[in-house]
Design a protein around this ligand. Structure first.
Ligand code: FES
Length: 156
């Protein structure tokens, strides 16, 4: 049996299969190397910092509540200090409103007391409190990525 394709100037079947095999080995080796290179890099996604400044302590006189809509947090100030409570409902993420007795969610009616503890659902968890600290320039910093125990206040 003749393994030529019939064209004397063309490539032979054996030659074609040899080239195809060579390219298959080259491509699979490159794919393997790319996979090894990709595996050597960790899948780490850096989250944007959730710390933000809220101004100087003088901006929060005792007895006041400020809702920072863009930061989704309430800042309370009482005789024991300052504290930051999330305004994001723990049910489906609506923004709660401050009312006389605590917080109420406008979406599905969850109620939270003044400390952010759930009074009635469907919210499954209390509103988290966030850590407050002081920056070197004297302003206050809220870290919305760091929950603290309910009732922990920052003494000014
Ligand atoms: S989102 Fe608040 S109760 Fe559903």
């Amino acid at each position: 049996m003749d393994d030529k394709t019939g064209d004397k100037e063309g490539i032979t079947r054996r030659g074609f299969l040899g080239m195809a095999s060579l390219w298959a080995v080259i491509l699979s080796s490159l794919t393997l190397l790319a996979g090894i290179f990709r595996m050597s890099k960790a899948d780490v996604y850096y989250e944007k910092s959730r710390r933000f400044k809220i101004g100087r302590p003088e901006n929060f006189p005792v007895g006041t509540v400020k809702k920072l809509d863009d930061k989704r947090v309430f800042i309370f100030s009482d005789n024991d200090g300052l504290y930051a409570v999330s305004s994001v409902c723990t049910h489906l993420g609506c923004i709660v409103n401050a009312v006389d007795w605590g917080f109420q969610c406008p979406c599905h009616g969850s109620k939270f007391n003044r400390d952010g503890r759930v009074i009635s659902g469907p919210a499954p968890r209390n509103l988290p409190w966030f850590k407050i600290s002081r920056h070197v320039d004297g302003s206050l910093v809220v870290d919305a990525g760091r929950e603290i125990r309910t009732g922990t206040k920052f003494r000014v």
